[in-house]
Structure formats: C-alpha cells, structure tokens
Write a protein that binds this ligand. Structure first.
Ligand SMILES: Cc1ncc(COP(=O)(O)O)c(C=O)c1O
Length: 371
C-alpha cells in the first residue's frame, strides 16, 4: 500500500481548527450533535471487546429499516471511511481493475490508488448535469475489472441516480459478474423519494453508509457494510478483525440509542436542511458570477465560477479565506478545476450560512480581474 494524505483531509476544517473559521461552508454533513443533548447515561456500559460483526441490536435496527433485510447482512465499521477501506483492500489487488465515479469522496479513489490496481474513471461533467453515462461505463469494463464504485446521492455534486439507472448498473454487475459498490452515505438526505437500499436488490451489490452525514454523529465513527453474499461479508469481517477487531462499544451504544429515538431528532435536522437549501437556492439565483447543477440529495452542491465572469480564482480564495475567514471546499479537493467549489449547506446554522454566502459574493466582487 502506498499511502498519501488527501488535500480534503489536510485542509479540512477540523485540521485548520474550527476556531480559526468564522463561516464554515466546507462541511458535508448536517450540524454535529452534542452528547449532552442526547439524554444518554452510559454509566453501566462495560468497556469490553464488542461482537466482531457489531452490536447485534444495532445491526437489527439497521436491518429493520429495509424490508426483508437480516442483521446477518449488516457489518458495523468505524464510519463509512473504514467500510470503504475494507471493501477496496478485500476486493482489489494490483492486477485488478476498478471503474469509479469521478469526482468522488476522495477515499473511494485514493485507497484503490494506494493498492496500485488499474483504475478507469467514469467522469461526471457539469455539462452533462453530473449524470453518469452508462454506455461509457460499459466501454470502461475490462476482463480484469472486479468492482464498479459509485456514490449516490453523490458527493460533491448532490446528483442522484434514477431508479432505472440503478437497475441498469445492477444488471451490468450481474451480467459481467462484477461487484457493485454503492456508497449511500447520504441516502437518508435524499431530497425527494429515496432509492431502494442498493444491496437489498442483488447479491452483487455492496451498500455503505454511516451515522455521520444524515444524523450529525461523525465523532463516533460508526458506519456499516450491507451485503447479502455471506462469503463476501465474512471476507469483510476478516479484514475488519485484522485492522481493529471490533467497533468501539461506546460508539455502538451511542449510535444505537440515537437511532432508536431518531424519529424525535430528525424533524429539526431535516427542517434546518430544507430551510438552508431554500436560502441557498435563492442566493444562487441572485449570484450571476456562479452557475450550478441543483443537487437532488445530500447537503452539498458543486457550483462553479462562470468562465466569462472574469474572476481571478486564486485571489477569490485568498480574500474568502484570509479576509472573511470563510471556507468552502475548493475544486482541487476533488481533482477538479478550482473554479468549482463545494458548498455545504446542512452544517451551518441559518445565520452562519447567510453570512458565509454574503462573504462568497463579496470575495467574488473583490476578485474581478482588472483589465
Ligand atoms: C460519500 C462519502 N462516503 C463516505 C464518507 C466517510 O464518512 P464517515 O467515515 O464519517 O462515515 C464521506 C465523508 O465525507 C462521504 O462523503
């Protein structure tokens, strides 16, 4: 494995220091929960090794959200990040080949790169509304392709597959005898109707999710892999056991208690997301320097500075970050031109979002190229 730090992590708000940021539009989740507000008492919790698959009652709860799913098909992991690492390292070796959506959450690309396998990118372009071209995907498949990796709802664009596209992807995976990984970390933040849990539709599909993005619990590192193929799930368990044996029982306990009562937490989380999204949409209409493809899921979008707006992009970021202490996710986090920026609208409160967007507009105006 050849590890390399990813810009999205090096430059993340938590690494910069939250205190040095006035307006944080760089996050990709809803607001972080506060432990004291969860009404938990972990006083009697025994700090033992936990069940290696993960706390059975929590896996049961996760399975109960999808008709017909069994807890045996759910493996808990340390966040979706560990799930993605386990899947890549279990399925890919140097001589294998992967087709992965690009741009993407960096780990979906960087771990296969660290393994050194062959990689083809299914590029999503602004001009094509960030939609995947499935004909193109077919042309990328090689005899040694083992895995197709997609993210839906997509980070950083908020693009959602249609049910027909998901069906077609599964058909391709089954016909070509490949694994299909669907990173569904934002599934509970779908703006319209959720797609079915992909792994429930076929033995060839692996679904990944976590409590980080939709529930605001990234600090407890709790995610999962759902897969109906028992041999594959056992392979993932073998990887998990070699890396860290089992999840933190503290994390499992907090996630379980939260999810049991999620119906009482979700309305306020979802209303903040809805209000913020509506505010952002109106702001975009009144910001002629930017253009976007409206997201259909998740809490991020990926607008870009119009080419003809005559903005000095480096000056823009300098003014935005240094003068206004406001942060977005610049395009290079996703190996895209820095004219693109990811704006996260689920994390900041209303006032911080409004102030941050005001600062983006001011920085754009101040960065106009002088002729
Ligand atoms: C698409 C996607 N997958 C996985 C992750 C990892 O999330 P976590 O490890 O916090 O569950 C992220 C985080 O940004 C993400 O955006």
């Amino acid at each position: 494995m050849k590890y390399k730090r990813m810009p999205i992590e090096v430059e993340s708000p938590e690494q910069l220091g939250y205190d040095s940021i006035a307006c944080n539009l760089a996050e990709s989740s809803v607001s972080d929960a506060v432990y004291g507000n969860l009404g938990l008492d972990l006083g009697k919790l025994v700090l033992c090794y936990g069940d290696h698959y993960g706390k059975p009652e929590l896996r049961e709860w996760i399975a109960s959200q999808t008709e017909g799913l069994k807890k045996e098909e759910v493996l808990l992991t340390a966040g979706a990040a560990a799930a993605l690492f386990i899947i890549s390292t279990s399925l890919l070796e140097r001589e294998d080949h992967l087709v992965v959506m690009s741009p993407n959450y960096a780990t979906n690309i960087e771990t296969p790169r660290a393994i050194g396998c062959g990689i083809s990118y299914l590029d999503l372009s602004f001009e094509n509304d960030f939609r995947p071209d499935l004909e193109k995907l077919l042309s990328l498949i090689r005899p040694n392709t083992r895995l197709i990796s997609i993210t839906c709802p997509h980070n950083p664009t908020g693009m959602m597959l249609t049910p027909a596209e998901l069906k077609e992807l599964i058909r391709i995976a089954e016909e070509k005898d490949l694994w299909l990984l669907v990173d569904e970390t934002y599934r509970d933040l779908t703006h319209g109707t959720k797609l079915p849990l992909a792994a429930s539709l076929s033995q060839k599909v692996i679904s990944v999710s976590s409590v980080s993005k939709a529930f605001g619990l990234p600090g407890i590192r709790l995610g999962w892999i759902i897969c109906r193929n028992k041999a594959l799930q056992d392979l993932f368990l073998a990887a998990k056991e070699q890396i860290y044996v089992c999840n933190s029982v503290v994390d499992e306990e907090i996630a379980h208690s939260f999810l049991l009562r999620s119906a009482s937490f979700l309305p306020s989380i979802q209303s903040q997301v809805k209000e913020n999204f509506s505010f952002l949409s109106h702001w975009m209409e009144r910001t002629p320097e930017l253009e976007w493809v409206k997201p259909e899921g998740g809490v991020v979008c990926f607008p870009r500075i119009r080419q003809d707006a005559s903005i000095d992009v480096e000056r823009f970021y300098h003014i935005l970050n240094k003068n206004y202490k406001t942060y977005t996710g610049p395009g290079h986090w996703f190996e895209q031109d820095r004219r693109y920026m990811r704006i996260g609208f689920g994390w900041p409160g209303k006032a911080e979002l409004a102030e941050g967007l005001k600062n983006v507009r001011l920085a754009l105006k101040e960065a106009v190229k002088r002729s």
